[in-house]
Structures are given as C-alpha cells and as structure tokens.
Design a protein around this ligand. Structure first.
Ligand code: ADP
Ligand code: MG
Length: 764
C-alpha cells in the first residue's frame, strides 16, 4: 500500500488514530474508512439557514445552527464553579438557552471571546428543560466565520464553512456531527477509492458519477445538484450490489439438488380434492398447478404465495403437502402462533378425515398421519409426535417454533410450508430447511400481507411469487368505520349496541385490545406506537442516538398519556355493562395453551358470543360465524395489522363489520391512517401505505437484526424504477460471470456493502 493513501477497508483507528477511531466505532458502529464514508449526512444546512428551534424536544440529541442573541455571565459564589454563562441563541423566531459552567477564568474568558452576539454557530447537545424552558447544557459548539471576527477560527475550518452546504451527520451524545465531519474530511483528503465496482457500461448508460466522485460529493457537495448526483450513484451501488448478490443466490439455489416430488394419480391428494366441500377458484387451481410443477423439479422450490386474507391459501398448502406425501416424503407446516397451529391441525385433520388416521382402525387405504407439535404439547403426546415424525408415520407435521428444535427429526422432509411468514425470520426458515436429509426441501411461504414488487424483489429476492387475486365466491364484504370515542362518545355506545344486535341474530363478535393487562405484556403490538412517539423534530430524528426505530420507543415519552386498553379491563367492563348477559371469552398470549385451545374451540362452536382478545387472533383464525370486530385504541396497530385483523370477519355469508375505535385527534396522522384503512379493502394499497410509514430498515429488520441497514439511501417504494433496472443489469452481469471472477471490484464491493447480510444470503 502506498504511504499516505487511505483505502476503504482500512480501519479507522489507523487512519484517524486509536482514540477517534474507537470513539467512532463505539458511537456509530463504523469500523473502516468505508463504513465511515457510508455514514451519510442526515441533512445539509444551506449557509444562512437557521434551525427551527421551536421543533426541538426534550431528550433529543441535536445539532442546531443558530445566531447568538444575548450572552451573560453570573458568578457562582460558594460553588464548585466560579461562574455560569448563559447564552440565548435564536433562529429569529424561537429562542434556546445554552448554559455553561466555568471553573477557571480562562474558560470564562474564552467563552466570552467566542460567543459574541450576532455570530452564527453550530451547537450540539441533549435538549433538557429548566424552568419550562428548553436548554442545552454545555453544548459543544463551533462558531461559523461571520460578522465579528473569530480569533480561534483555523483556516481549515473557515474553508469548511465556506461552501454552500454544510453536512450534518447522524450523531450521538458522544460523537458530535462535526467530529464526524472532520473525520470524513481527513479521510477524504487521502482517499483512494479503488477501481469502480459498477461496470463502466452501467455508469455510462445511466450517466452516473464515478464512485470516488460520488463519495466526495455526498459529503462535500458543491451544490444541491452535485449532492443529488452523488445520491443517485450511491443508490445505484446499493441496488446493484444487492441485486447482484441475490442473482448469485438464485443461481446457486437453482443448482442445488432437491428430491422431485411429482404429483401421483390416485393418491391422497386426489382423494382430498374429491372430498373438498367447495370448488377451487380459478386462482387456486392455477397456483396449485404452478406449485405442483415446482415440486416435481429436481431443484428446490422457493415460492412466496401472497393472497388476501380469506383468499384460501391454506387449501393450496394442504394440496401441496399431500402431493409430497404421495411421493413418499413428509411436509412440515410452520405456523406463527399456537392458536393458528392448533387451528391448522384441526382443519387439516377434519378435511382429511379417514385419510389422516394412519394406524387407526377406520383409516383410509393410503392414510397418513398428522402430528401436532407446539411448545405446550404434553410429554406423552410430544413423544408420540416426535416418534411419528422420525419414522415418517406422520406425513404432515404441524407446529410452531417448537418444530425448529433440534430433537425434531424427519424421516424425509420434502416440503416446508411457512404460514404468515412475516413473523418468521430467515434464520428460522433455515433451521427448518436444515432438517431435510441430504437434499434440500421445497419451500412454500404464505403471506396475507401483500408485498410490493420492489420488496419482493429486494427483501425476498430469492423467492418466486404467486398471488391469489380473487376471493372464493360467496365471500362477503367488510364495512369498516372509524369510531371517534373521544369526540363522539355516543358512537361507541352505538357500536356496542351493534355487537348486541349481531349476537341476537346468532352471529359472533371479536373485541381486540392492544394490551393483555395486569402484568408484562407479551403480545401487545409494539411495532406501531403512535406516530407522535417516534416522529422527532427534523433536526434530531430518533436514530441520532442509535435507538432502534422498530420498537425502541422510550417509555418516558408515553408517560403522561393513558395506558392502552387491555383485554382484561375491557372484558370486565363490558361484562358488567354494555354487553352484560352475553357469553364473553378471553384470549391472549399469556393464557395456558390448553386454555387457548379450549377458548378457540368454544368460540368456533358458537358457545362464546364475544371474544375479547389481543392480536393473537390476527392471523389465520377462521370462524365464519363471527361478523363484527371492534378494535379498541385502533391507532395503536399498524395498517397491515388492522387489515389482517378485520379479515377475521366477513368470512361467511353475512357481511362483516369492523369498527376502529380511537381517541386520536380528528386531523392527526393516526386518524388519517385509520381513515385509510376504513376507505379501502385493498391489502396491496394498504401495505404500500404501511411501508411508506416504516423506514426501510424496519422492512429489512428481520434479516439484519443488530446490524445497520445496508440500504441507507435506497427507498424500496420511491426507487422502484431504479431497483428494477439494477436488477436487470446486475442479473446480466452475474449470469455471464456467476462467481464475478472477472469483476473483482464488484465482488469486493458486495462484500463490503452487504457484509453479514451476504452471509445470510449464502446460507439460504
Ligand atoms: P387464508 O388465505 O386467509 O389463509 P383460508 O385458507 O383460511 O384463507 O381460507 C378461508 C376460508 O375459505 C376457509 O374456511 C376455507 O375453507 C375457505 N375456502 C378456501 N377456498 C375456498 C373456495 N374455493 N371456495 C369456498 N371456500 C373456500
Ligand atoms: Mg391462512
């Protein structure tokens, strides 16, 4: 390596010295020069533009650009400090107080010299409040060259602020934005970015900046246009590397052997079809054929089956499983919850009848066994299930996470079906897949949360997709209404009256609450708190301090507002009041599994009128006689989650009704979200909405737990076109050169950008 040249893979401790290097690593998780350079500015200040100080909130780590308005020094006799300095800064509308404490005359003197009224500076610190006024205590600061001359300003610093745009980095309490800024600058001075990983043809075709140019321009843009071109190029990097890695994985997967399990005539699958109480929809037939063909191939199927709630995915899965059983293999069905696993077990055994009673007297001729394995399966039943799974007597094994345990061994696992996939991470998929003997099992993933095309291409880039677009005939519509409980309490009374009416007519109802109540909650929705809770002011988004954005909502922010409604409280209140006399049941994650099963059976059998539950009923629960759902504190749930939930009603001949009860203010964002859910039954549209409101990191969350997202600039929805093009270009490159032997720079860049993620890509 040439002396004085910095490469992307060089550790920061070497380039910047151990102290700064370590500080950056512990604060931001950046280790190499490349990591630091991918820590992109979070925004840029245009010269002369001040931060909106009225947007600050207590607890934020902020970097603000403001003008010094007033400076005063107050002696502090009898204290550890000799004096306190008070600076009022302003954005010309609001004011913010800065407080400093001085031990020495020198410190006090330096302060007076630098903080001169009229000057503009950047101030960083954690916002606190003092006597109801927001302040920064001992902020770090840097004055910008300006009106009154600043004695301490170095020429470098002056140059730094001389450009039009000043980058502001996602910072933390420990490392300020300009420590990052200076480090970036140091690194850029000697950087050799190496050969460009994007093929020259691509750079040319889309008129992209070269890599070195883009890295420079994202950190030190000359103007907005320069910055935009840098972003475009860097987005291309992200999209291209990811798509190239996925293309490699697709090729590798296609090369792996799987046992072909072609459909056999006259087996259980045929008998099952003959016994079906309904006619398959055209969509079910078509997808069924696709899957039957996939299963007959000598390489593993990786298929994602999307279909609206109630579109009849389960029957497709069962038919696929039976095809594999007919071909001599076993199939595993992995469900996200105990309730759902039990329901699947019941419906599979019911639908198969004597076909599922292998070993019993009334078994049909080619009968197979169906085993159920969940966390709560009793010891004896568990032993039997394990044994049947091991010997192959159980052709179909249904279960929850318990299926992933090591003791669970299959005789010949040919197909893995994962229901309602969004609850499972890649690791779990892998764990189950690893249970197949020497060849890979086929994999079918089913989801009712429609996945936008780009997400399917990116996050699930390895899966082929099939979609069920129509609902089985005779399905009723679901009407959804928002019930504003705070401004129109009589609407809520009316809602309970509706529940009563339905029950009187012989129907059943769900009441869904965000919490269980009484103790720690395990199945409350934590991925979608009020937006108020996580939308910080622009200068300091929640990720400045490294808190994760999915669920790490500081509870203190929630303090002061009432707790979300709980199943236990709501059930008690309804039982004593509006729904007195009806048969109420309770279902939530903390119940004993046997109790859960009992409650579900009672509800299915119509012996419970109203089921008060948490989101345990969100996925898959199928009780066609239930026609009303009342969702309490509905703003606490995500858009897709609400859509899933309401899919529990309207499964029969009677139209469904879903009432979203909320106290959210009428024009707030929460209310808009609920209105959107009420306005459409199009799950695809809603999942887009959901995605828009999440950040990309969340979408990739499961795949990259504990790691910063490798997609920093790319937005899965907004950049749909770009991703599509990158997929094509990257696909072509990989097809021509699968190992990228002729594209070493590209190979290295994929490794750098995707890191851990690439490992997981390899695994799958
Ligand atoms: P989901 O796609 O939400 O998992 P399910 O597979 O649970 O949907 O199907 C919902 C209900 O529709 C079940 O009761 C199922 O038996 C029924 N069903 C499935 N396919 C058909 C069909 N072609 N005609 C009528 N009913 C159907
Ligand atoms: Mg289902």
């Amino acid at each position: 390596m040439l002396p004085g040249v910095t490469t992307l893979r060089e550790p920061l401790t070497r380039t910047l010295g151990p102290k700064t290097g370590k500080a950056l690593e512990s604060a931001l998780g950046v280790r190499t020069v490349g990591d630091l350079l991918r820590h992109y500015p979070r925004r840029y200040y245009t010269r002369g533009e001040l931060t909106d100080l009225s947007s600050l909130r207590e607890g934020d780590h902020v970097t603000v650009l403001a003008r010094v308005d007033h400076v005063s020094v107050h002696p502090m006799p009898n204290r550890n400090f000799r004096a306190r300095g008070e600076v009022i800064v302003t954005d010309d509308r609001a004011k913010l107080m800065l407080t400093f404490f001085f031990r020495t005359t020198r410190a006090e003197h330096g302060f007076k010299q630098q903080l001169v009224p009229g000057m503009v500076g950047m101030f960083a610190g954690t916002v606190s409040s003092f006597r109801h006024r927001l302040q920064l205590v001992h902020p770090e600061y840097e004055m910008l060259p300006g009106a009154p001359p600043n004695a301490d300003l170095t020429p470098e610093l002056a140059a730094e602020f001389a450009t039009e745009l000043t980058p502001v980095y996602p910072a933390s309490a420990k490392v300020s934005s300009w420590t990052i800024s200076r480090s970036v600058k140091t690194v850029l001075n000697t950087l050799d970015a190496g050969p460009d990983p994007l093929p020259p043809a691509v750079v040319e075709r889309y008129r992209l900046y070269g890599r070195a140019e883009a890295i420079r321009a994202i950190h030190r843009p000359l103007d907005w246009a320069d910055r935009d071109r840098a972003r475009l190029r860097l987005k291309w990097d992200e999209a291209f590397m990811l798509q190239a890695a996925l293309a490699q994985r697709r090729l590798a997967a296609a090369a792996l052997p799987a046992m072909p399990r072609p459909r056999a005539d006259g087996g259980i699958a045929d008998e099952f079809d003959a016994r079906l109480p309904f006619t398959l929809t055209a969509g079910q037939v078509a997808v069924g054929q696709t899957i039957a063909t996939d299963l007959a191939c000598a390489y593993p199927m990786h298929r994602l089956l999307q279909g609206e709630v109630g579109s009849g995915k389960t029957v497709i899965a069962i038919r696929a499983m039976l095809q594999v059983v007919d071909a001599g293999g076993q199939a595993a069905l992995l469900a996200p919850t105990e309730v759902l696993a039990q329901q699947h077990y019941r419906s599979v055994t019911d639908m198969l009848g004597p076909l599922a009673r292998r070993g019993q007297l009334d078994a049909a001729e080619h009968a197979t066994g169906v085993a159920l394995l969940t966390g709560s399966t009793g010891a004896a039943a568990r032993r039997a299930a394990l044994s049947d799974t091991f010997t192959g007597d159980a052709g179909i094994v249904i279960g929850t996470h318990a299926l992933l345990e090591e003791q669970v061994q299959f005789a010949d696992l040919g197909l893995v079906v994962i229901d309602e996939q969004h609850r499972f991470g890649v690791e779990q998929r892998d764990a189950l897949r690893a249970k197949a003997a020497d060849k890979r099992p086929h994999v079918l993933v089913m989801t009712a949360t429609p996945i936008p095309r780009t997400v399917a291409m990116t996050v699930y880039g390895d899966l082929e997709t099939s979609t069920l677009t129509e609902l089985p005939a005779g399905r009723s519509v679901i009407a959804t209404h928002v019930v504003p409980a705070a401004d129109k309490p009589h609407f809520l009374e009316r809602a309970w009256a509706r529940v009563r009416e339905e029950v009187t007519r012989g129907q059943q109802a769900y009441v869904v609450c965000p919490r269980i109540g009484d103790g720690p909650d395990t199945d409350s929705p934590d991925d979608y708190p009020d937006e108020d809770d996580f939308t910080g002011p622009d200068v300091a988004g929640p990720f400045m301090d490294g808190t994760d954005m999915t669920g790490g909502i500081p509870r203190s922010v929630v303090k002061g507002r009432r707790q979300p409604l709980s199943v236990l409280d709501v059930a008690a209140t309804l039982d004593a009041g509006q729904l007195a006399g009806l048969r109420l049941g309770i279902l939530h994650g903390r119940l004993h599994p046997e109790e859960k099963d009992r409650v579900m059976r009672e509800f299915s059998a119509g012996r419970i009128d109203v089921l008060v539950a948490t989101t345990v009923i969100e996925v898959g629960v199928d009780v066609p006689n239930a026609t009303v759902m009342v969702i309490m504190d509905a703003e606490r749930f995500g858009v897709s989650q609400l859509h899933q939930l309401r899919g529990r009603v309207g499964r029969g001949a009677v139209p469904g009704l879903c009432l979203l009860v909320t106290e959210a203010p009428p024009d707030g964002p929460s209310r808009q979200r609920l209105d959107a859910v009420a306005a459409t039954l199009d799950g695809f549209e809603l999942s887009r909405l959901d995605l828009e409101q999440r950040r990309e990191g969340d979408v990739l969350g499961a795949a990259q737990a504990g790691r910063q997202s490798s997609l920093k600039l790319l937005q899965l929805l907004a950049d749909e076109d770009l991703i599509g093009r990158a997929r094509q270009e990257a696909g072509a490159v990989v097809e021509a050169d699968p190992d990228l032997a002729r594209h070493p720079a590209l190979r290295a860049a994929i490794e750098d950008l995707l890191g851990v993620q690439a490992e997981y890509l390899d695994k799958t």
